[in-house]
Design a protein around this ligand. Structure first.
Ligand SMILES: NC(=O)c1ccc[n+]([C@@H]2O[C@H](COP(=O)([O-])OP(=O)(O)OC[C@H]3O[C@@H](n4cnc5c(N)ncnc54)[C@H](O)[C@@H]3O)[C@@H](O)[C@H]2O)c1
Length: 368
């Protein structure tokens, strides 16, 4: 890939103006690295609503209309429903635009390869946005691990409770494509939210050699099944063991400005531990990061622990990268394929009764 940074602000378009646009757009506000030139969504009401944020931008119902208009675009923020990712990304790259795609990249390895091939053939960058690795408490947790303050790391534990009450409104239209994903065997907790959780493990401790999983299922409404309770365990190549426990609390109210996820992360080392107490929702109201070592607890009271800020910072990083070439990309398409392999290993293991699966070997055993 021959990428030359731009010596001027990036001309960017939003493609998809739904729920998550509200957070992604934070990276573009007051940002000298970028100029928003186009807003794309087939939904007229969405276009009118988002035009208020960018009065100078032109609006279009489709990306094809943008391409035909002659408007100059360098990069796009692809905020499309997951079932449209593959086709949509191939189209956007084909117009010669760099793409910052929302996660999950796609549902299977063949589709991922199609997307990577399209990036290479068009000599454009495909980034798959991972905002959790820009969440300040998690970044500080990583710094703590790398500082050696916890001693040698022995374990990584995540907990996620999907709660049913509170948070922001999610449009019915989003649930429609999430249901389609569920029917395709890619549940909202293990695959959609899970993409982030699995990504943090790879980001913190590197490649994974073995995954063991037990993916459960709970009927929350008639014929609607959520992929919990689920337990996933794995071993990194460096010997660190990880566990992720997913449970449902459908009647639990959780205060949140966003989705109602009650989340925790904990790294245990030979000398102490570091724990992130919350992220998307405002579950545990203690400092978002606490570090225990040598008989003392250090509490971080001044971190930017607004989950929305992780979108701002991930997006700014991307735009800065395009403008200056300052790396690393965080994350590229290949990193996203590693996350996908991890998720596919979860499914393959669970389907086989919880046996150990090497993510590098999932090609031959992809579930339908
Ligand atoms: N990073 C995160 O934590 C996070 C959180 C939520 C959603 N997401 C991801 O963001 C993406 C969008 O999710 P959402 O919740 O905003 O969905 P949404 O359903 O609210 O919005 C999708 C929008 O895309 C529009 N659209 C449909 N087809 C289009 C097309 N061909 N061209 C342009 N626009 C089109 C729809 O009209 C809608 O406005 C998904 O990939 C989802 O997984 C990520």
């Amino acid at each position: 890939m021959s990428f030359t940074p731009y010596d001027r602000p990036i001309r960017s378009a939003f493609v998809g103006l739904g729920r998550i646009y509200d957070l992604n757009m934070r990276a573009y506000l007051d940002n000298p690295d970028v100029e928003v030139v186009a807003l794309v969504d087939p939904d007229e009401a969405r276009r009118a609503q988002r035009q208020a944020d960018w009065p100078e931008a032109r609006t279009f119902a489709t990306a094809a209309e943008v391409a035909a208009s002659g408007l100059e675009v360098d990069a796009v923020e692809a905020l499309l429903p997951i079932p449209l990712h593959v086709e949509g990304v191939v189209e956007l790259l084909g117009y010669g635009w760099h793409v910052n795609l929302q996660k999950p990249m796609c549902n299977d390895l063949a589709s991922a390869q199609t997307m990577l091939d399209a990036a290479r053939e068009n000599d454009r960058i495909l980034r798959v946005m991972e905002n959790y690795i820009f969440y300040e408490p998690l970044r500080r947790l990583k710094e703590t691990v790398e500082s050696g303050d916890l001693g040698q790391v022995s374990g990584y534990t995540m907990k996620m409770v999907g709660s049913g009450q509170g948070g922001w409104d999610v449009p019915q239209s989003s649930y429609r494509w999430q249901l389609q994903q569920m029917k395709n065997g890619r549940g909202i907790l293990v695959f959609d939210d899970g993409w982030h959780k699995l990504a943090t493990a790879l980001w913190l401790f590197g490649p994974i050699k073995e995954v063991r999983a037990w993916v459960g299922s709970t009927e929350v409404f008639s014929t609607i099944f959520i992929d919990a309770p689920t337990t996933i365990a794995w071993a990194h190549e460096n010997g660190v063991r990880g566990v992720w426990d997913i449970t449902l609390a459908p009647d639990m109210y959780l205060r949140s400005d966003y989705y109602t996820n009650d989340e925790r992360w904990e790294v245990t080392g030979h000398k102490g531990f570091g724990r992130v107490n919350r992220c998307t929702g405002r579950g545990i109201q203690q400092p978002s990061l606490e570090v225990y070592a040598d008989g003392e607890m250090r509490s971080y009271h001044a971190l930017d622990d607004d989950w929305g800020s992780s979108f701002r910072d991930s997006g700014r990083h991307w735009l800065r990268w395009l403008h200056t070439g300052e790396g690393p990309l965080m994350w590229g398409g290949d990193d996203a394929v590693d996350v996908l392999r991890f998720a596919l290993a979860v499914y393959a293991s669970s389907a086989a009764g919880g046996i150990g699966i090497d993510p590098a070997a999932v090609d031959a055993m992809e579930p339908a």
